[in-house]
Design a protein around this ligand. Structure first.
Ligand code: CA
Length: 219
């Protein structure tokens, strides 16, 4: 699934690209509207569009892209720029995120938009034993009964589901769920894993890989 990122800030663009690639997406990066209109080799499944671009107003670009195709568009706006957000949605965007945003939030919005528009997200649901995880709806059921998780508990589980089969190091999990490399969060991670296991009543869903981190177990 190819994502077109239109973003002129190289640091933001680079961070976004590595995060999305880590989660199984293909990424094409362009720094201006000209590049976005030139298109990419593989038609994107979704466009992530920064509204503050050097060569053309992002809202105009959104309108032009929308005229050409039904590709889902998520606009990225600066904090407090309510006007741009509303104009972006009027110009045909499917959703928006406000800078600075977390990767977990962005992934959830992307999955929801891809699902709504009928495009394919890499992983939308997963079954582990009798535990069912729906990433787009952010719902978890065990043996058919809904389990209410906190936002961070769900994000930990979602990160493991998206990378099913891989071991995620504690640092990777902290980086994805808390958007920080702050080492103090590592303890917080363990607390969240403990409450997550307790709520699921299926401790084996989150498997400890001693000395490394965690992976999605087999329930
Ligand atoms: Ca910008």
């Amino acid at each position: 699934v190819n994502i077109l990122i239109v973003e002129d800030d190289e640091r933001v663009a680079g961070a976004l690209r590595s995060a999305l690639v880590r989660h199984g997406y293909g990424v094409t990066l362009v720094g201006d509207a000209g590049g976005a209109l030139a298109g990419c080799d593989e038609p994107p499944a979704l466009v992530l569009l920064d509204l503050g671009l050097p060569d053309l107003d992002g809202v105009d670009l959104c309108r032009r892209l929308r005229k050409r195709s039904d590709v889902p568009i998520i606009v990225v706006t600066a904090r407090g720029d309510e006007g741009a957000r509303v104009t972006g949605l009027r110009a045909g965007a499917d959703d928006y995120v406000v800078k600075p945003f977390g990767i977990a939030e962005l992934l959830a919005r992307m999955e929801a938009v891809l699902r709504r528009t009928g495009a394919v997200a890499p992983t939308v649901t997963a079954d582990v034993g009798d535990t069912h995880v729906d990433l787009a709806r952010r719902e978890v059921t065990v043996a058919g009964a809904e389990v209410v998780l906190t936002r961070k508990e769900f994000d930990v589980l979602a990160a493991l589901v998206r990378r099913r089969g891989d071991v995620l190091t504690r640092e990777e999990l902290v980086a994805v769920v808390w958007d920080t490399t702050w080492i103090g969060s590592s303890r917080t991670l363990d607390v969240h894993v403990a409450t997550l296991r307790a709520k699921l009543g299926r401790p084996a869903v989150v498997e400890t890989v001693r000395g490394v981190g965690y992976r999605l177990g087999d329930g």
